[in-house]
Ligand binder design. Sequence first.
Ligand SMILES: [Zn+2]
Length: 646
Amino acid sequence: MTHDTHAPPAPIDLPGAGDWLGWVAARCEGQLDEARRRVEQVKAASGAADVLSAWNAAETAIGNAGSVALWAEVHPDAAVRDRADELGQEVQKYVTELGLDRDLYAVFADLAATPGAESLDADARRVLDHTLRDFRRTGVDRDEATRERLRELSERSVLLSQDFGRHIRDDVRSVRLAPERLAGLPDDYRAAHAADDDGLVTITTDYPDLVPFMTFGADGAARRDLSLAANNVAWPVNDQVLQDLFAVRRETATLLGHDSWPDYDTEVKMIGSGRAVADFIDRISDAALERAGRELAVLLERKRQDEPDADTVETYDSRYYSELVRREQYDVDGQVVRTYFPFEQVRQGLLDVTGRLFGLEWTPVPHAEAGTWHDDVASYDVGLDGVRIGRIHLDLHPREGKFKHAAQFDMVTGIAGQQLPEGVLVCNFSRGLMEHDEVVTLFHEFGHLVHHVLGGQGEWARFSGVATEWDFVEAPSQMLEEWAWDAGVLATFARNEAGETIPADLVAAMRRADHFGKGTHAAQQMAYAARSYYFHAGPHDDLTAYGDELQRRYSVFPPLEGAHMHCAFGHLDGYSSGYYTYMWSLVIAKDLFSAFDEADLFAPEVAHAYRDKVLAMGGRRDAADLVEDFLGRPYSFDAWAAWLAE
Ligand SMILES: [Zn+2]
């Protein structure tokens, strides 16, 4: 057999206009078969190198099979989405089975106990240690009855997670309003939302409808109605799904010898324990309290110009009045700002900026060649020093049945010499002018994509791409947001219809204005983090009532009467008790950013050090060590605290 290990791997062949249903099944099932074959090789292998190499091939195939989850979220054909969900269950079932396979576990346990294990290099040793840790975390060393129960719980949790996500995806709600209730909204928005035969306008809970309305809609009652619709997506059905999911997680953690799900979950995170999550939430909350109070007073004073008797600022007021305060007191008009951000121009600008920063080249791949699932998808090959190192796909506008938020999905995990990393950005942006917020979100999500590609150049599937601790995952993305706030960076692509570049003094005002709301935002984030943590820390009969209580404890905005936001709070599935991750990562992102020179964000020395020491390392070392290697010292809260006080 000839095997040219030097040939650069090619992207996978997507079916384009062909048979997706067949392709998705063949790809997933083919990779599952490959995984089974490789696992048998692991069991038959002797010697550490052979065992770990067969295991690496098995993990690669499992990852390939598992990426079927992507199609459940993005494919335009509902039949493909449903099939992908079924296949995803098969993959998860197999993963659970492997995690409880005692013969397989024995191979690794023996390996760790034999003298030869000391001669493994650092990466291989880490693969072995992490593999053993995974086995312990799935309960392979428990008695048979316990293992059987863990298996049931795992399968149940996969089904519950899928139900939870599907209920959110499929439940787009809307309000119907008389046209005059769109007062305050931009002209292009109003033009795109004409009245129907009944003389009413329909506004849906999809982001491109929802976000501008909550930002600019002057009619408070209309904002409340729309907010209520958005906060009742998947209510009531997901309430019980969540109760069941939390119960499954509690029982799993207990069977595995942990006091709570958060303790189990944080065992493999930077933060280290459930207690530390509760402490972190309170630490951030205390730090933000005074600032949040001052900002609330400003918002309330502004609201009283419209409603003299108002004594609270509601959740559905916060965006609107923050926008007004920024416009009136900081001289930033979001409606003017957005004229500088036409979608196509922003997308190209983002590629140019990140290309220059990280030394990457983006080459467009024609749609016919890329063979993607929808005309909206733009594909690019990623080059570094003239070599293709990955392919990315940008699927950035909403459509029916598509994932409703913004996220990066892995399509292919990169393995040196074997398979090219491919990632997909799935977002829901406007097709025309973008809010600056959306531009920031695009930079953020793109940070995950770059991490996936740059971290996907190594040998081990276990450490490929964004394979770092889950509470570090957001830090590179949050840091990249800084580039969307820099006047020099924005000047490279932010131009209005007349060809005028966004003025530097407007960007300076935007940055000043952005500081307004940091306190209330941090407080609100802690209200979400508290839901995520405390919902998992112990049982609660009434999630709405308990969520409201946490909202009152941590946020400065009272809970919205009649809303059940937890039902559409997608992070309760993927992040479980770890929503604190966003703020934790922000603390570290601010620290990472402190190494850059704000006068020259493209200075190659620091940018390339960051690329190579943090992003390209994937999961090869603990995140705290990567950060320390880059900064030359351990991470700290100082940069974040200074930013909050600014
Ligand atoms: Zn993110």
